[in-house]
Design a protein around this ligand. Structure first.
Ligand code: NDP
Length: 322
């Protein structure tokens, strides 16, 4: 089978198209024929070595497809089932072997592209808005990179919970996409100072929560736009990692809360995975949550997909189709 492997960490050129045997499932696993693999920023971190993984590895954390084989202990799924998953390395490939307890069945109304697109980014937007900081009706959230994959979904979920959303985006076109997703305001933070604009838009009060997946470039100013006892939810570093930080800053800036969450701890149990994925898939089938596919690339164009994602050239979900 064809797969995209990293044998030495580095830039997009580290993504190599290789020929590998089709995996054989362990007793607890199912082999999924991948119909669509999600491209996510976390793939960039693994490719660069910012997140370590034993080499060589087949990259990719999210996929949707059809089961073609199951291990001897698996009873929850069977060949022919349409399934999706996240959090298991190896989805940039024609086939992947996945622990059966990480698979969720795809409702009939949802196609493979939508399903692949909803797992990692959809459940991330869900836990950020419903669990890390449960937004209340009437509260205000600042959402960075709101035209991005997670960003657009987070805006929609925050609006659904009744919050006011102040968004940021890197260009006027992206700002329009964030507004189309439901943002009440959108600051083009490459041209305007988001700190003073957010203060102005909140009448000096500050926001209740900042959802920040941009990291290095936005973190410090984000702390300055929170109300006293507000929540900084730092969930990524698309612009680079936030450097070490003096916790007393949280005191001086208003007894702030700071968390650095990751999806794996919000879908740790089978029960939580089922609830969260069920909620997201239900929002999609009911039409409440719209997933914007930026582009579906052939698997062989993984390098280009990474270049586009890192180059801030995308707004929405990137997929690889084997
Ligand atoms: P996006 O589609 O949001 O793409 C990243 C966006 O970040 C860009 O489009 C760009 O938007 C913005 N950005 C700002 N500065 C830079 C920069 N210097 N280089 C590149 N991009 C920049 O990606 P994802 O939706 O996949 O991920 C968004 C963030 O969420 C990432 O940090 C990712 O790691 C994180 N994440 C965290 C998870 C968790 O559980 N902790 C799970 C999933 C994602 P603009 O041009 O508008 O500024």
């Amino acid at each position: 089978m064809k797969a995209i492997q990293v044998s030495q960490v580095g830039g997009p050129e580290a993504l190599a198209l290789v020929e590998l045997p089709v995996p054989v499932p362990k007793p607890n696993e199912a082999v999924v024929q991948i119909k669509a693999a999600g491209v996510n920023f976390i793939d960039v971190y693994y490719r660069e070595g910012r997140y370590p993984a034993p080499l060589p590895f087949t990259i990719g954390q999210e996929g949707a497809g059809e089961i073609v084989a199951v291990g001897s202990d698996v009873t929850s799924v069977q060949p022919g089932d349409r399934v999706a998953y996240t959090g298991v390395m190896g989805s940039y490939a024609e086939y992947a072997s996945v622990p059966a307890d990480r698979l969720v069945k795809i409702p009939d109304q949802i196609d493979f592209n939508q399903a692949a697109a909803s797992m990692l980014q959809g459940m991330t937007a869900h836990y950020l808005s419903h669990s890390t900081y449960l937004l209340q009706n009437g509260e205000t959230a600042l959402i960075h990179a709101a035209a991005g994959g997670v960003g657009q979904l987070l805006v929609q979920m925050a609006k659904r919970l009744g919050a006011r959303v102040i968004a940021t985006a890197g260009s006027a076109d992206k700002a329009q996409i964030a507004r189309d997703a439901g943002a009440d305001e959108c600051i083009v933070y490459t041209q305007e100072d988001f700190e003073s604009e957010t203060r102005r838009l909140t009448g000096g009060r500050g926001v209740d929560v900042v959802y920040d997946g941009v990291g290095k470039a936005t973190f410090d100013k984000g702390l300055n736009v929170l109300r006293p006892r507000g929540y900084m939810v730092l969930f990524g570093g698309a612009s680079g990692a936030v450097p070490p930080f003096d916790l007393l800053e949280l005191t001086h800036k208003g007894s702030l809360f700071l968390t650095r969450p990751t999806l794996v701890h919000y879908i740790g149990t089978r029960e939580e995975l089922e609830q969260r994925s069920g909620d997201v898939l239900q929002m999609i089938t009911s039409g409440e949550l719209k997933i914007r596919i930026h582009k579906a690339y052939p698997l062989t164009e993984a390098r280009q997909a990474h270049r586009d994602l890192e180059g801030r050239a995308t707004s929405g979900k990137l997929l690889l189709v084997p």
